[in-house]
Design a protein around this ligand. Structure first.
Ligand SMILES: [Fe+2]
Length: 539
């Protein structure tokens, strides 16, 4: 077991709000709410070493292989499920695989940017937020970050081989965040942070929300809290948060495990135990000993798509002692602060005008990007490293939210419209929530009435967000639809940035991959239940 002394945990002062750039290794970011400290493991050694370069290229190759497998999967899927995804022509799959291989090559050539100054951090949360102190430390113990995952086809989750962990103390002695990088492979370089929140209960034990990869490093950081892990909570049915619950449980076999209902797997629907998850109880059905400290409300909609059992269940928790609302993917708050978990080399690559994504967009001249490129007076080659890091974060975050904003080359306008506010991520609202507006509206209202919360902690992007029920309710203001009415501007998201996402939505709905009320199967437990609820509401 690693000792606490292995890390250098240094408290640093927060510079004045809006100060200029800060050194990456002594990074200070103004955050909201209460002071917290971070154990921050530098990636500088990784970047400079030949081993790290090899590992990175291996990871790119793996993500490419996953992507190729994803393209090849529909034929198999067609055999195994009732959903027809076999419209992908094998020739198209072959071209796609070749394109992905090219992506890996381009990315491996473009990668390897060194550590440099990141853009200045600014306050991350809603107006009135208090800047916070954040300590930094370093560790060269990169060997403890190894973690092999084997994501299924159609979900090329990366990193596949190693995950660095960052721990932040939010409330001294009571609440901590553990963050890792999570991204999509395929050479696209779209990454966000994924967050596990750990809360110390009155019993003195730990309540772990949405576990991240239990690397040796992560477990050592958790052990430093010097308290037993008593409960592990899976608040969603989504793969990205579910994948680590089984391995986490194996590290803490005495912990009780609480999972959201309606868990599923695809193309074969297997029980959680098949994935090493042995639950103590199901949220909403069984009573947990921690319920005196928490309230929770569940979103249990009908099937999302693909198959009659594929649900998008999410449980929102109110931790009453700290007045904190914990959610998974429901809302986000995006700011200038690139998460520590996304290394500089990734941001510099995103900020490079010659990266694979932009090269591909130029080649296809999507979004009229070739014309926009010609009209530019400043390119990434003219930028300082700090400017490229900022541009890289903007592109990275906007791609995660929209797939692609209207102008990926110069996304400043798109960025200004979506940052520094609490909102439902466009990708979630468009592909999920707008197809089940009644259920989402009902859930959002129930969550807003749960109790007085003063901050929100989602599993991605910034946190904690200083926001209460009023801001929470406002974030769901797009329901039942964010689509603009005839002749009017959209009232929630900028229309021009939504073009690609709405196109994807139309395609997925039209091909039956995503269900609408009309195309959703009438059979299936969760669909029958949802219909019964709707009928009850109508009566
Ligand atoms: Fe998520």
């Amino acid at each position: 077991m690693r000792s606490a002394a292995a890390f250098r945990d240094v408290r640093v002062a927060v510079p004045a709000h809006g100060s200029a750039s800060r050194a990456r290794r002594g990074a200070v970011r103004a955050r909201a709410a209460d002071p917290r400290s971070v154990i921050h493991n530098t990636d500088a050694d990784d970047t400079s070493s030949a081993t790290a370069t090899f590992r990175r290229r291996l990871s790119l190759a793996a993500s490419t292989a996953f992507g190729a497998a994803s393209l090849a999967a529909p034929a198999l899927a067609d055999e195994l499920s009732s959903v027809d995804l076999s419209s992908v022509d094998p020739a198209v799959a072959g071209v796609g695989a070749a394109a992905l291989a090219a992506a890996a090559l381009v990315a491996s050539r473009a990668g390897g940017g060194g550590a440099g100054p990141r853009p200045g951090g600014t306050a991350t949360t809603l107006p009135g937020a208090t800047p916070m102190t954040r300590g930094v430390g370093e560790s060269d113990d990169s060997k403890k970050r190894g973690y092999l995952i084997a994501p299924p086809p159609l979900f090329p989750l990366v990193p596949a081989f190693a995950r660095q962990t960052y721990r932040y103390e939010v409330d001294p002695g009571r609440m901590w965040f553990f963050e890792q990088k999570q991204g999509i492979g395929l050479g696209l370089n779209v990454s966000v942070n994924v967050r596990m929140t750990v809360i110390k209960l009155k019993t003195g034990g730990l309540w772990v929300h949405a576990p991240v990869a239990p690397t040796e490093e992560c477990i050592a950081l958790l052990a430093e809290l010097d308290a037993p892990v008593e409960h592990i909570v899976l608040p969603t049915t989504l793969f990205e948060h579910k994948i680590f619950v089984g391995p986490f449980q194996r590290r803490f076999p005495d912990a009780e495990v609480w999972i959201a209902p309606d868990q599923w797997s695809w193309p074969v629907n297997l029980p959680p135990s098949f994935f090493g998850i042995f639950q103590t109880g199901i949220l909403g059905q069984d009573t947990a000993s921690w319920e005196d400290e928490f309230e929770y409300e569940m979103l249990q909609p009908p099937a999302l798509g693909v198959a009659s059992y594929v649900s998008f269940t999410e449980c929102a928790f109110l931790h009453k002692p700290s007045k904190t609302l914990l959610v998974t993917d429901a809302v986000v708050y995006v700011s200038e602060n690139a998460p520590d978990a996304i290394p500089d080399r990734d941001l510099l690559e995103s900020g490079d005008d010659n990266n694979f994504t932009i090269a591909a967009l130029k080649f296809l001249n999507l979004f009229d990007i070739a014309t926009k490129a010609k009209a530019r007076t400043v390119t990434s080659d003219d930028m300082t490293e700090a400017q490229r890091l900022r541009l890289g974060w903007q592109r990275n975050a906007l791609q995660a939210l929209y797939f692609g904003p209207s102008n990926l080359l110069d996304p400043e306008q798109s960025w200004a419209r979506i940052t520094n506010k609490l909102l439902v991520a466009p990708v979630v609202s468009t592909l999920v929530y707008e197809n089940i507006p009644g259920e989402v509206d009902d859930w959002a209202r129930r969550v807003g009435k749960m109790g007085k919360f003063e901050r929100i902690v989602p599993c991605h992007f910034d946190a904690p967000i200083r926001a209460g029920p009023k801001e929470w309710n406002a974030a769901f203001g797009f329901l039942p639809s964010s689509r603009p009415e005839e002749g009017k501007e959209g009232r929630y998201y900028p229309d021009e940035d939504m073009v690609l996402l709405r196109g994807v939505e139309d395609f997925l709905q039209g091909s039956g991959v995503i269900f609408t009320d009309e195309s959703r199967p009438k059979y299936g437990r969760i669909n029958v239940r949802a219909e019964e609820r709707r009928s009850g509401a109508r009566r």
